[in-house]
Design a protein around this ligand. Structure first.
Ligand code: SAJ
Length: 439
């Protein structure tokens, strides 16, 4: 037995387990750290030797508040050990990526490989938990047959559950503890075991259901967000045409007690929201017109922003366009599937010389320049990511650096009055051309 106080502050007697976590990325690493802090013996496994070696030195491979500190703590107390391959354990938790594959279907190669890799280590009584986001029925149709190649039967010798994460980057260590969780069990016993395990650190409620419902719940959550962002984007485009301010209209509509319209923007990025709706669509192409339309609207937003830039500048004349921010969301270093990628590509194809700057992102597929370099000769600044740093920019210095004073703010995040006072023409996504420019 172990007493878990740790980060959860909750004193709960739970049987100490050996927990093997497969995949030490955005979810697997924090999950390992939380189980280790709660007193379990965690074996973190990653197929990438660089990740194992870096983590072993107490450094983390992505930015997340508090993560490095916690890693060093659990390494020092030896409640976390790091391994290149699975180790015999009571529980196996699979946290591997499920990217979008061919024909916009989930690529489950990593899930299959991780499941196969634990077969030699499975013993009667083991619990296997999938955390990766997957299409409905993956536990039943994909995981179960693979795990049963061990000769052990799910529901009799082995127990299986799907327990998706719900955390948001930058607040992972808070949300992983505080948020309610959904836990889908193959049967009652699997559900009971998985729920008991997560209770060792989760302070939110744990809601039990079956595996396939839990898989669908996870997809519904992100699809809800994607469809709502598409609605906000569609409103923004209509408001531009109607010559009204979409942000003001949304603010007022949200005064209704049952309305909560999302924010328009240059498109939707990240590991999940642009990908996950397709995991529902692949199960029923004919039955998902709304989800598919929402995806198309959000995917087209970078093209809309590129068209707006083209309304102000003759791109064939090769003007320098400065893209500020390539992260998919503010104050993070994560540029996965960022709308900046498509925008930069489209502007480049139209002839613009694109210079990109991001104060936080370290690596991106196009070179990231310093703010000074990115502004030299600029004829248009496009704000893509609303990092705090951009909101605090020295407007007078920016005005001195650029060739032409034009800003396109796709997030309605900058101080437009200050920019205009320094002589900038400012266009805001979803707002008619105050400065006299047509759409
Ligand atoms: N965005 C908008 N308008 C909005 C909100 C977001 O354009 O009103 C854009 C953002 O700029 C960003 C993208 O959408 O490019 C996604 O950002 P996000 O912050 O909404 O989502 P993620 O991908 O960081 O995290 C989501 C979360 N899911 C939900 O909010 C339903 C998180 O809780 C999940 O854990 C995560 O997906 C996941 O892993 O599934």
């Amino acid at each position: 037995m172990c007493r878990s106080e740790g980060l959860t502050g909750k004193r709960e007697d739970t049987a100490m387990k050996t927990v093997c976590v497969l995949g030490l990325g955005y979810i697997g690493l924090p999950t390992s750290l939380m189980f280790a802090t709660a007193g379990h013996l965690v074996r973190g496994v990653d197929i990438n030797p660089d990740v194992i070696s870096l983590l072993g030195k107490g450094s983390v491979h992505f930015e997340e508040p508090g993560l490095g500190l916690l890693l060093r703590e659990v390494l020092a107390t030896r409640t976390l050990s790091l391994h290149p391959a699975p180790v015999t354990s009571d529980v196996f938790i699979i946290c591997v990526p499920t990217p979008l594959g061919n024909e916009k279907r989930a690529n489950l190669d990593h899930v299959r490989a991780a499941s196969r890799s634990i077969i030699p280590f499975l013993q009667p009584g083991n619990l296997i938990i999938l955390e990766s986001t997957v299409p409905p029925r993956t536990c039943i149709d994909v995981l179960k047959p693979i795990l049963e190649e061990s000769g052990l039967e799910i529901g009799k010798d082995l127990f299986l559950a799907f327990c998706p994460e719900r955390v948001i980057p930058n607040k992972i260590l808070v949300e992983i503890v505080e948020n309610d969780r959904i836990c889908g069990g193959f049967d009652e016993k699997s559900l009971e075991m998985a729920t008991g395990l997560y209770r060792s650190f989760v302070r939110g409620e744990i809601h039990g259901t079956d595996c396939t419902t839990a898989e669908m719940v996870k997809l519904m959550e992100n699809t809800f967000r994607d469809v709502n962002i598409a609605l906000a984007n569609e409103f923004a485009l209509i408001c531009e045409k109607l010559k009204i301010n979409a942000w003001e209209a949304i603010r007022l509509a949200n005064k209704h007690p049952r309305v909560s319209i999302h924010a328009p923007g240059p498109g939707v990025g990240g590991h999940c929201i642009p990908v996950v709706p397709w995991f529902i669509v692949e199960k029923d192409m004919e039955g998902t017109p709304l989800i598919q339309r929402a995806r198309a609207i959000n995917d087209d937003m970078p093209a809309h922003v590129a068209r707006v830039v083209g309304n102000f500048l003759d791109l064939s004349m090769k003007p320098v366009v400065t893209v500020l921010g390539v992260a998919f969301k503010p104050n993070t270093d994560d540029a996965s599937m960022s709308p900046a990628t498509r925008l930069i590509e489209l502007l480049g194809q139209s002839g613009a010389v694109v210079k990109a700057h991001d104060p936080i992102v370290k690596s991106f597929h196009v070179p990231l320049l310093s703010i000074e370099e990115a502004l030299v000769g600029s004829e248009c600044i496009v704000l893509v990511t609303d990092h705090d740093e951009f909101k605090e920019m020295d407007v007078a210095a920016v005005a001195r650096a650029v060739k032409k004073k034009l800003v396109i703010d796709t997030r309605n995040a900058l101080d437009h009055e200050r920019l205009r006072a320094s002589g900038f023409v400012v266009h805001v996504l979803g707002v008619p051309g105050k400065d006299g420019m047509p759409f």
